[in-house]
Design a protein around this ligand. Structure first.
Ligand code: CP
Ligand code: NVA
Length: 305
């Protein structure tokens, strides 16, 4: 049975921890894995812009001995030149897996349904599961065992937040978000996370006061206030998020040993200040590197020889 990687919610705590562990091993011993995708081809479909996810999938597949084909909207115009269904039915005849970044989460889910080959969510409006695997590897490297530690997300209850919250709940990390009223994570995701948190012993808390959310955090995370596709809402969002900036003052409320994370790209001076993102507490470049190892682990797990 083929497996997709569309949502953190679909994978068990053990399977998710295994992905993080395989990523860590690939980082330590890359040579061991170098032929594991020999003869395999992976399509990378990107409806939205990308630096990290595009480059790390491309380079990662190459490092595992496979081959990738990068397709943007100007190549295939997914859903317009040809339906998601028909594009999928073509791709499954040539490729071994498809990595896809779409606006609509449903389009990504549909591709998984239409194809006999694995589909990987490379970010939708709803989730960014590959980011979460890399970030949990990064936190594990810096904080050790994550069970019982606290991750606080400050800002928009968006795609990145959803995946982090689901992942925290699965592996037993306490999770808090500090967000403005009206920008909470989706109730559906909070409900799933709370269900998983009950089993893992974690807590899931939604605050509107960022200071309260950050108190005693072991990791403080933020993301842009205006995600891709929300450009029309820029003005109202900048107003709503005023007061939710991660700056030195806010970081002081977290634990002394706390790390700062950001999925990037960062809008310096908006959601984060230079003196935080460039500080000793910041692990953003490790996160960026770990996208490579974690995505290699995802693809390897789904289609290795
Ligand atoms: N963090 C992340 O996914 O970056 P890109 O949008 O550049 O891929
Ligand atoms: N929330 C951001 C993440 C970018 C990696 C976006 O969707 O644009």
């Amino acid at each position: 049975m083929k497996r997709d990687f569309l949502s953190i919610a679909d994978w068990s705590p053990r399977e998710l921890q295994k992905l993080v562990d395989v990523a860590a091993d690939m980082k330590k011993r890359p040579v061991k894995y170098k032929n594991s995708l020999r003869g395999k081809s992976v399509a990378l479909i990107f409806e939205k812009q990308s630096l990290r996810t595009h480059v790390t999938f491309d380079v990662g597949i190459y490092q595992l001995g496979g081959h990738s084909v990068y397709l943007t909207q100007s190549d295939i115009n997914l859903g317009k030149r040809e339906s998601v269904h028909d594009v999928s039915k073509n791709l499954e005849r040539w490729m071994d897996a498809v990595v896809v970044r779409t606006y609509s989460h449903q389009a990504c889910v549909d591709m998984g349904r239409y194809m006999k080959i694995p589909v990987v969510n490379a970010l939708t409006d709803f989730e960014h599961p590959c980011q979460a695997i890399g970030d949990f590897l990064t936190m594990q490297e810096h904080l050790g065992k994550l069970k019982g530690k606290k991750l606080t997300f400050v800002g928009d209850g968006n795609n990145v937040c959803n995946s982090l919250m689901l992942m925290a709940a699965k592996v037993g990390m306490n999770f808090a978000i500090g967000c403005p009223v009206g920008y909470e994570p989706s109730q559906e995701v909070v409900k799933i996370a709370k269900g998983d948190a009950k089993k893992s012993g974690a807590s899931i808390e939604v605050y509107h006061d960022p200071a309260e959310a950050v108190r005693d955090a072991d990791a403080v995370y933020t993301d842009v206030w205006v995600s891709m596709g929300q450009e029309d809402e820029k003005e109202e969002r900048l107003k709503a998020f005023n007061g939710y900036q991660v700056n030195k003052r806010l970081m002081k409320l977290a634990r002394k040993s706390a790390v700062f994370l950001h999925c990037l790209p960062a809008h310096r001076g908006e959601e984060v200040t230079d003196d935080v993102i460039d500080s000793k507490q910041s692990v953003v470049w490790d996160e960026s590197e770990n996208r490579l190892h974690s995505q290699k682990a995802v693809i390897y797990t789904l289609i290795r020889k």
